[in-house]
Design a protein around this ligand. Structure first.
Ligand SMILES: Cc1cc2nc3c(=O)[nH]c(=O)nc-3n(C[C@H](O)[C@H](O)[C@H](O)COP(=O)(O)OP(=O)(O)OC[C@H]3O[C@@H](n4cnc5c(N)ncnc54)[C@H](O)[C@@H]3O)c2cc1C
Ligand code: SF4
Length: 492
């Protein structure tokens, strides 16, 4: 434990952000680094708990007290080695993870939690800046070929781990560049794309091959992939968005959030897209859906110069702090005010959209909405809602963005062709912890398996899936050797 009284002397402090008026002029990251002394104080707050619940809260099992101590002692190489032992991409999680580790931090019982996520980001950026992060090229190759379909964080983590294990890995990606939602989904102001490019370059130097603009199941037959590779991982995400089937849905000006966000990523990257521009400039924007995707739309719309941004959520406003139903260390479902909300948005809870209203040219001009009242069970769980009589009204709107979550993976292509078994939520089924689908030799991980989730879970799934694939390949090699010996000895 670095500083035994750190948590008594210092409170949690996050790094400064660029002022709203300034950061709205661009799409650059706006969280500044800590000054050296501040970082030292923040790392020194860690109590090195006997039972570090932070470690348990992190899906990757990151060695948090150990790296906090190493940062406090300024043993940077050790901090980097500890961090990278469990996390392939701390530069992503250090920027965009909702940090379940911090919700589980023991200090959080009666004080603000340790700023773990920021410390993680500082370690990895220090490591890159000081040349600690070097390609790790395996010295021996197994001769086994693995295809990874999908280059989101799950596919990338699986590819990295299998490459370290000595297998030859090819990643197929239907978009024009690798990264999945890290590249085309999450806004640049949360994660600038040079951060993704830097990691992809490193993976390439380590031996991973990327084949972009290739949709397996359309451009290449999945059966051809099976014939060429010894194992296949399908980490294709869960991209089918939830729709809002109310009158006027087809009016000009009603779009899925992902179409809007992806376009802006492409615009910033200078990449071409065929669809007509969806822009919020000078418009009354309503984002339907109160979650993180919705918040990303708010931040993007404000940067595009929207006249007014409103965000709707169907559920009631959550509590502002933990309740008896969500005690420490469970992840609390409390009111979240993101940096995008700080930049300006009118937020409404317990509101439903009943219709999109258009003009004679078929353009959206307003939403018909109604307020709701929710009924809850004794433990506070909302069960059903009723509309509040007389609350129906129209809200001016010329751009509505549907950000109501994602239903499932897209079945068209591989899932339908191979008739993959799905679970009750429509995600790709795997037998318990095997990560293997109903088709032997085909594995899956990330959102495609668990439904739309988080980057940290995708990395965790990619790593675990890689372990299963490695074991599967080892078994396959063993079987080949046994068959060879038997045939040599004339045993059939
Ligand atoms: C707008 C938005 C913001 C988010 N913000 C955050 C955040 O701040 N923090 C956080 O932790 N999580 C966030 N998430 C969730 C997070 O991005 C996902 O949980 C994570 O990216 C899932 O990783 P994945 O690898 O499973 O899938 P994805 O990232 O979806 O990647 C799947 C990839 O597979 C490719 N693919 C699919 N089918 C094929 C095929 N047949 N052939 C070739 N390629 C194929 C797709 O093109 C895609 O690139 C956000 C999600 C969205 C939508
Ligand atoms: S739970 Fe919090 S205080 Fe305890 S070891 Fe983890 S980060 Fe440090």
């Amino acid at each position: 434990m670095g500083n035994p009284v750190g948590f008594l002397k210092y409170t949690r402090e996050l790094p400064a952000k660029r002022p709203v008026s300034e950061r709205l002029k661009d799409y650059r990251e706006f969280v500044m680094p800590y000054a050296d002394q501040k970082l030292n104080q923040q790392a020194g707050r860690c109590m090195n708990c006997g039972v570090p619940f932070c470690h348990n809260g992190c899906p990757l099992g990151n060695l948090i007290p150990e790296f906090n101590d190493a940062v406090y002692q300024q043993r940077w190489r050790q901090a980097y080695e500890l961090l990278s032992a469990t996390n392939n991409f701390p530069e992503f999680t250090g920027r965009i993870c909702p940090a379940p580790c911090e919700s589980a931090c023991v200090l959080g019982i009666n004080q603000p939690a340790i700023a773990i996520e920021e410390i993680e980001k500082h370690i990895i950026e220090f490591a890159f800046a000081n040349g600690y992060v070097q390609p790790q090229i395996p010295t021996i190759r197994s001769g086994q070929q693995v295809a990874v379909i999908g280059s989101g964080p799950a596919g990338l983590a699986a590819a990295a781990q299998l490459n370290y294990a000595g297998h030859v890995v090819t990643v197929f990606e239907k978009s024009d560049a690798p990264g999945g939602l890290l590249r085309y989904g999450i806004p640049d102001f949360k994660l600038e794309k040079w951060v993704v490019d830097r990691r992809i370059k490193l993976l390439e130097e380590e031996g991973v091959v990327f084949m972009c603009n290739v949709e397996v199941g359309r451009d290449v037959d999945i059966l051809e992939i099976f014939n060429t590779y010894d194992a296949v991982i399908f980490a294709g995400g869960a991209a089918v968005p939830r729709d809002l089937a109310v009158p006027g849905r087809m009016l000009k000006g009603v779009h899925f959030a992902m179409d809007y966000l992806t376009q802006q990523n492409k615009r910033i990257a200078g990449n071409h897209f065929n669809e007509a521009d969806i822009l919020a400039s000078n418009k009354n924007v309503v984002v339907i859906g109160g979650g993180d995707t919705g918040s990303d739309c708010v931040g993007t719309a404000n940067r595009q110069g929207a006249a007014h941004v409103t965000q709707f959520e169907l559920m009631s406003m959550p509590p502002t702090s933990r309740t008896p139903q969500m005690p420490w260390p469970v992840y609390p479902m409390i009111l979240k005010t993101t940096s995008s909300h700080e930049e300006g948005a009118e937020r409404h809870w317990a509101i439903a959209t009943k219709a999109f209203i258009g003009n004679e040219d078929g353009e959206l001009i307003a939403l018909r909405v109604v307020d709701l009242v929710w009924k809850s069970t004794d433990n506070g769980k909302p069960t059903q809602y009723e509309e509040i009589a007389g609350s129906e009204r129209e809200i001016p709107c010329d751009l509505a963005l549907l950000a109501m979550g994602f239903i499932s993976p897209d079945r068209k292509g591989i899932i339908d062709t191979l008739e993959l078994k799905l679970d009750e939520r429509g995600n790709v089924w795997t037998s318990d912890v095997s990560y293997q689908t109903s088709v032997p030799g085909l594995f899956t991980a990330g959102d495609m398996r668990r439904g739309q989730s988080l980057v940290v879970w995708a990395i965790n799934e990619g790593r675990e899936c890689a372990q299963k694939v490695d074991a599967y390949l080892a078994e396959k090699i063993k079987q080949t050797v046994t068959d060879f010996k038997m045939s040599k000895n004339g045993i059939t």
